[in-house]
Design a protein around this ligand. Sequence first.
Ligand code: TYD
Length: 223
Amino acid sequence: MSKPTPKTRGRKPPRGSFVTFEGTEGAGKSTLIAAFADLLRSRGRETVTTREPGGSSVAEKIRAVILNEPMHPWTEAFLYEAARAEHLNQTIRPALERGAIVLCDRFTDSTLAYQGAARGLDWNTLRRLNDIATDGLKPKLTVFVDIDPGRGLRDAKDPNRFEAEGVAFQTKVRKGFLRAMREEPKRFVKVTARSGTPETMAAELLGKIGRRIGVEAKTGAKR
Ligand code: TYD
């Protein structure tokens, strides 16, 4: 972490827009993020794409541990949160302070869905941990890319240990995302996975959320 910031809560929110993408395995989040980033850049907006776990040097090291070795569910939860604190301070917050749009592949809702709904850890404790790791910084918007869990898993090549848990696990994960959506409906936008090409889906998404992130859907760039 760059500097310890014990008293940052209540700090002015940074200027940029923070958008996260969530979903079960095989929803095509990363392709949609890449196409959406191209579209935003073509409108003249600095756009940073990043992912969790990872997105900074230390967090990528933590990622290699989490994804490859079995461990106690709380160890897993704390490692995700540790990676998140680092990622937020090293990558996300600086980009938002420059005024960039940050598109992040997975964030706090994945902890609720995977460690909470699927692994069975206490949902509200995880919410508190998320809040501590992010210092209260929340995404402006979260795009939930919904797919039938069976369909998503069929296409997973070289499955990581979460994908290897199968459809029952992914179904619990999906329920977790739906619960998170119900709890904060204003933050979420739901899109149907693979409902078009990445480019048409990106254009549709811009139509849905452009105004909220300060970008006109049709022409020109707006701040
Ligand atoms: P990754 O290979 O990046 O999968 P995907 O392309 O589906 O995002 O692996 C990330 C895995 O980590 C994924 O299976 C979801 C899981 N995860 C959690 O369990 N908790 C979390 O907080 C996060 C961010 C991810």
